[in-house]
Design a protein around this ligand. Sequence first.
Ligand SMILES: Cc1ncc(COP(=O)(O)O)c(C=O)c1O
Length: 349
Amino acid sequence: MPEGFLKPALAGFQPYLPGEQPPDGEDWVKLNTNESPLPPSPRVVEAIRQAADDSLRLYPSPTAAPARIAIAKHLGLQPDQVTLGNGGDELIEMCFRAFAGAGDRVAYPTPTYPLLDPLCRIHEVEPSTHPTELPWELPPSLGPDPAALKFIVNPNSPTGAFFAKAAIEAVVAASAGVVVIDEAYVDFAPHPALSLLQSHQNLLLLRTFSKSYGLAGMRIGFAIGSRGLISALDSVKDSYNLDRLAIVAAKAAIEDEDHHRRIVSAVIEGRDFLIQELTAMKFDLVPPAANFVFTKPPADADHVASALRERRILVRHYDREPIAGWLRITVGTRQQHERLIVALKEILS
Ligand SMILES: Cc1ncc(COP(=O)(O)O)c(C=O)c1O
């Protein structure tokens, strides 16, 4: 849309740019958007098939009730401590709607998920960024920041760094506003922050089915927290933000824990292989806690990423400090890794 139509507060707006999604069926090695290398549970696919019937003429449950109940049961929570969104991304946006008004501060460490900057512009809030550098620890300035809303992505993207529970708890305890821990990648990390929910009413955790459940295409995420925070999110959400197929998919996915564990184990095994190979090729690596590795090649990263792209291999690369020269490579299948390694050896030789 021509800029002239945008509200004046969005002058010069830089929208969030999702990673490249080449057309399905082409022979790409897609290691740029942290999708699962394995497919979703066959039970999920079957549940979607069964639900694709005449009932699609009816609106879905506005609260995605069957999924909410199943997720709560899985985590030992009450259904009113869970709400669902059209991906974790929608839940992040709902947090802005519910907890931060125009002119309020929204705080987060950087570098982090690049969706937060454009959301600050859209909601006309003041971003309060807390820069970090290698080894990417939580900055001490974040806790005392008087922001209405804080985000911590843990494990962080793109750095892959994992913040210890004590450091997270210190920020939550020091904050009068709402603290959101975006746990999109937590299933690949040492532990979640779930146990902190009992003692902190201002803490919200966000999860997604896009990574460790192999369901990025269905767009399902969920938030868990105190009843007060969940009802605030519910009060600002779109009426029917999950469609009927997403609701049955979420329920079937959370109920197939064996399949979920298989995806997580395969990713961790693949990650170990990738680390070993990249280390042997003299890449720098941040100890990874997610389904990707954040790595600095022993050559110009821009050149490496473009040379990979020429070979139909997609990775994410960064040109802004403090992560200029780094690549984020999603853990893929063994076959994809082998293609990647052969290509990297060729490019670096
Ligand atoms: C840090 C982080 N949070 C949230 C998401 C959102 O995931 P989705 O909207 O697919 O649930 C992503 C996706 O890549 C992410 O990297």
